[in-house]
Design a protein. Structure first.
Length: 354
């Protein structure tokens, strides 16, 4: 199977969020992403979405740095190339240092293109075995708003809720919420807000009945994460610390975590993510697919990833109408009875409009 990459276009997408996304790191009110459209000489089209933020508050990359690297470095490497397998993109880009979110966006578009060429849903092309993906939602709000927002999402059918925490989170409030909904899985995401001084505060979260605690310490704090894993019973999950396969190997070697969040954008795309999934399967490391306030193209790729065997925990998969008035894919991502059905159409399975 041969594809000649003839065109690569970058399209800016900008939309206000329906409600502000508030974390200890950043308040996000408007989201800008770059839609990547890759075309083959025979007229097939694949889509990726570059999900770096406007400023480097979550990862080092930004919308501007990604656009620069894509336009000046990655697109010239790929344009006009004859590609036989989508796996060829990762080594082609490996001569470029870092810039994983920029690489991922283009690489993902090529994977979508190949699935369309093969006339297969992307989730089937990568070996997915599930037909519906359990939904999960993030409540990132001020303390006064949390109870109300949790109640609202549970009423909408979500059975996994992720709440943002910091050392000053009101433990009684959180304990009350978690015990009020015994059938709901609660994840707590700290985005690295704890440190050695606040270690004892972190331990208080161990009694609440959380499914996991995500990234309590900074991304390089391997020792503190290992200590948390030793001293606490709640599983420790790494998000920001995991940027490549070697980071997962380090987590395993240093026993610094039980679970990882898969974010294809942060990991540089499909190839690296699939290697990581294999490694985690071999070592019985839990996995789930994380979100970054994305639009439907990125979510569709992530849904295909979540269809793989071994990805057992529910990910950051909310309905398009959670963040957006109008998503960029037709009909949007729909949560029904706490699940999202996978599309049977080729590639990412949704028509894109922008
Ligand atoms: O840490 O998981 C995170 C959003 C933006 C940046 C980082 C994170 C998040 C989320 C997921 O919490 C939000 C979503 O559902 O897309
Ligand atoms: Mg996180």
């Amino acid at each position: 199977m041969v594809v000649t990459i003839s065109e690569i276009d970058l399209i800016s997408i900008k939309q206000p969020l329906k409600q502000p996304f508030k974390t200890s790191l950043q308040r996000v009110e408007e989201r800008e992403v770059i839609l990547v459209k890759v075309q083959s000489s025979e007229g097939l089209v694949g889509y990726g979405e570059c999900v770096a933020f406007s400023t480097p508050w979550y990862t080092e990359e930004t919308v501007a740095s990604c656009r620069f690297v894509m336009e000046n470095v990655l697109i010239p490497l790929l344009k006009g190339k004859v590609v036989e397998r989508p796996e060829e993109i990762h080594p082609l880009f490996s001569r470029v240092k870092g810039n994983r979110m920029a690489k991922a966006a283009i690489e993902m578009a090529v994977w979508d293109l190949f699935a369309k060429k093969k006339e297969l849903p992307l989730w089937q092309m990568v070996g997915g075995t599930r037909e519906a993906i359990p939904a999960g939602v993030v409540v990132a709000a001020d303390e006064t708003e949390i109870s109300e927002q949790v109640e609202a999402v549970i009423e909408k059918g979500y059975s996994r809720v992720k709440i943002k925490i910091t050392p000053s989170t009101n433990i009684e409030l959180l304990t009350g919420i978690v015990s009020r909904y015994p059938d709901t899985l609660f994840f707590a995401d700290a985005n690295g807000a704890f440190d050695e001084q606040s270690f004892e505060q972190l331990k208080q979260f161990d009694q609440i009945g959380l499914t996991l605690i995500e990234q309590p310490f900074g991304e390089q704090e391997w020792h503190l994460h290992a200590r948390a894993k030793r001293e606490m019973k709640t599983p420790i999950c790494l998000d920001e610390s995991i940027t490549c396969l070697e980071d997962v190997e380090r987590m395993i070697d240093e026993q610094a975590g039980d679970i990882i969040v898969l974010k294809m954008a942060r990991l540089g795309g499909w190839s690296e993510t699939l290697r990581i999934v294999e490694l985690c399967r071999q070592h019985s490391i839990g996995m789930w697919v994380g979100g970054m306030i994305e639009f439907g193209v990125s979510k569709a790729h992530n849904l295909a990833l979540a269809a793989l065997p071994g990805i057992s925990l529910p990910g950051d998969f909310s309905d398009s109408d959670h963040f957006w008035r109008q998503d960029i894919i037709d009909s949007g991502i729909k949560v029904r009875n706490g699940k999202i059905a996978l599309s049977e159409k080729p590639g990412i399975g949704y028509a894109v409009r922008y």
